[in-house]
Design a protein around this ligand. Structure first.
Ligand SMILES: [Zn+2]
Length: 292
């Protein structure tokens, strides 16, 4: 019985080379199958709304024309099962359970020395109060949701003339202290270099002076798929504004906890940071591109 079950899992497993899995019931999922990667699942026909749930507790809504992005965290289990539950009142077809096998990440170790000690661990009461006030502002932004799925068309580089100075997933040792892993991508460029929106978005946070982040912008690309941009010297957009892909949103700086001018770009998906490099490399299959 155990052997039979194992064979069934193999039979339903996605093709790891392309990350594509086309079930007969109308849902196809594609994306980079790595820790820090993601899949975008789309319906081929209007069969009502579904809630997708992964075996590691991620959730997303799916309907025709509104694909769902399911993130894989840096430390994601390598075997992921995705199940769809119908949300409509009337009968709707069941969707095939999808199974994915991820490739493990190969994370670098980065040592950064010479940061002001107060920027590694806040010391004074005033510094701690500033960090707490910043935290509250960010919680409001993280809870924002737009009904759109602008992210499904793919992402473009936010700083065109730049050098990659930090990668997703690396273990960081700041002033000799092991800290949380780096969950974004760093683009080193002179102060004042243009920063462009990597996809269409709504601005959900625009703060010029956060304690760690410095000039901080959060852009919602739809359904809680958000760009998080740090250390900016100038912000050109305001809270609530709609921005197009490639539109200038601000300028590179070294505000907050930074040792040189660069843009830190994170992509946060409802609480999970995915790899911006994998998002840039992803090209959307036609059915995943939403019309709005
Ligand atoms: Zn960074």
């Amino acid at each position: 019985m155990i052997r039979l079950f194992g064979l069934l899992i193999v039979a339903f497993m996605a093709n790891p080379a392309t990350g594509e899995d086309r079930g007969p019931a109308g849902m196809s999922c594609a994306g980079p199958l790595f820790q820090g990667g993601f899949v975008i699942c789309a319906l081929s026909a209007d069969t009502g709304a579904y809630q997708l749930e992964t075996s590691d507790g991620k959730q997303a809504k799916l309907s025709f024309g509104h694909p769902a992005l399911l993130p894989f965290s840096r430390n994601s289990p390598l075997d992921i099962i995705v199940q769809a539950k119908g949300l409509s009142q009337h009968w709707q077809p069941e969707l095939e359970t999808q199974r994915f096998t991820l490739q493990a990440g190969d994370w670098a170790i980065e040592r950064i020395d010479g940061l002001p000690p107060g920027k590694v661990t806040p010391r004074t009461l005033e510094q701690q109060q500033k960090v707490e006030a910043d935290w509250k502002k960010k919680q409001i932004a993280w809870a924002h949701r737009t009904a759109a799925s602008w992210y499904a068309g793919g992402f473009t580089k936010p700083v065109s003339n730049s050098r990659t100075s930090g990668v997703y997933g690396s273990q960081r040792i700041l002033n000799g202290k092991p800290k949380n892993p780096h969950l974004g991508m760093d683009f080193a460029a002179p102060k004042g270099t243009d920063i462009l929106s990597p996809a269409q978005a709504e601005v959900v946070l625009a703060e010029p002076d956060m304690y760690f982040e410095g000039g901080l912008l959060v852009l919602d690309h739809g359904a809680g798929v958000m760009s998080v941009m740090l250390h900016m010297s100038k912000l050109d957009v305001k809270l609530g504004e709609q921005v197009k892909q490639g539109q200038k949103v601000g300028e590179v700086g070294m505000t907050g906890r930074a040792t040189g001018p660069h843009l830190h770009w994170g992509i946060k998906v409802r609480g999970t940071y995915i790899s911006p490099a994998l998002a840039l490399a992803y090209t959307a299959p036609q059915e995943a591109i939403s019309s709005d």
